[in-house]
Ligand binder design. Structure first.
Ligand code: UTP
Length: 275
């Protein structure tokens, strides 16, 4: 069994960039070809040995819970037909994993969503997946790579990737020393810096492993940009003590929180499937 047993999925955001699609449907249910983003995230966590999925939802997000539940009528309808296998992966997930949910009542940022999810995690290190960052790899999944690194370092880990200099304003950006190929010990992090203020072009993407002291740190960190509680601000406290690693993962990320990234991911996956 993995040393990391639980994965938190903050999925309470409004997804305003996808309106009107996300008016009554969570962004995490948008499909890449036929599979919703959240399912790719859950499969990545399972590959890393995690079976306990903790999802932070909000108003209008009930479809997320229904997706990982039995649909008797539908399953009865397709029983014995060639469509039955289309649900086999989802079935397998439901048999092997447990799902727990909590609601973020006010959307006060990613840090706040993680804090709200703390009740589902308890006092142990845990993974975080932002399902709208869709990651494709040749070998191990991104979270599997990170869990292996956690086993060596036992501290918080953030996945990072190089972004164009003029796009740093969209991300948390890191500063740190490269200890080994692709592994940085972080000394500083800046949330959404203008290119001229960015300490590097290495941006944090939606995969984290966090040690549980992060909950108390979030609670004691004043709100940052736009009055939101940013996870970057809380991680900075751990980084100042040398307890955060930035990991330049092997693989490709699609920003499916943006329309262009979502379309790229869809085209890429459709072509790869050879359909
Ligand atoms: P985003 O910055 O992509 O925001 O959140 P959003 O609301 O989902 O989308 P837009 O910008 O309005 O289109 C990054 C991740 O953090 C979660 C989101 O669900 C997403 O997975 N999040 C963000 C929360 O769970 N709660 C929040 O208060 C904010």
């Amino acid at each position: 069994m993995s040393v990391i047993r639980k994965c938190l999925f903050p999925a309470a955001g409004y997804g305003t960039r996808f309106l009107p699609a996300t008016k009554a449907m969570p962004k995490e249910m948008l499909p890449i070809v036929t599979k919703p983003l959240i399912q790719y995230g859950v499969e990545e966590a399972m590959e890393a040995g995690i079976t306990n999925m903790a999802i932070v939802t909000g108003r209008g997000k009930r479809a997320l819970e229904d997706h990982f539940d039995i649909s008797y009528e539908l399953e009865h309808q397709i029983q014995g037909s060639d469509k039955e296998n289309l649900l086999s992966e989802t079935r397998d997930i439901m048999e092997r994993c447990t799902f727990s949910y909590t609601r973020q009542v006010e959307m006060k940022g990613l840090g706040h969503a993680i804090l709200v999810g703390g009740s589902l995690i308890g006092n142990e290190p845990f993974a975080v997946i932002l399902a709208d960052d869709y990651c494709v790899t040749e070998g191990d999944g991104v979270l599997t790579q990170m869990v292996k690194l956690y086993e060596q370092h036992q501290c918080s880990i953030v996945a990072i990737e190089e972004v164009p200099h003029d796009e740093t304003y969209k991300y948390g950006v890191i500063e740190g020393a490269e200890e080994s190929e692709g592994v940085y010990r972080l000394s500083n992090m800046v949330e959404k810096p203008a290119p001229e203020d960015a300490p590097s072009n290495l941006a944090i993407i939606g995969r984290y492993i966090l040690t549980p002291d992060i909950f108390e740190i979030i609670q004691n960190t004043p709100p940052g940009k736009n009055g939101e509680m940013q996870i970057t601000d809380a991680l900075l406290a751990q980084a100042k003590e040398g307890r955060v690693i930035g990991y330049r993962f092997q693989g490709q990320r699609f920003d499916c929180g943006s329309v262009a990234g979502y379309i790229d991911a869809t085209n890429f996956t459709y072509q790869k499937s050879g359909a």
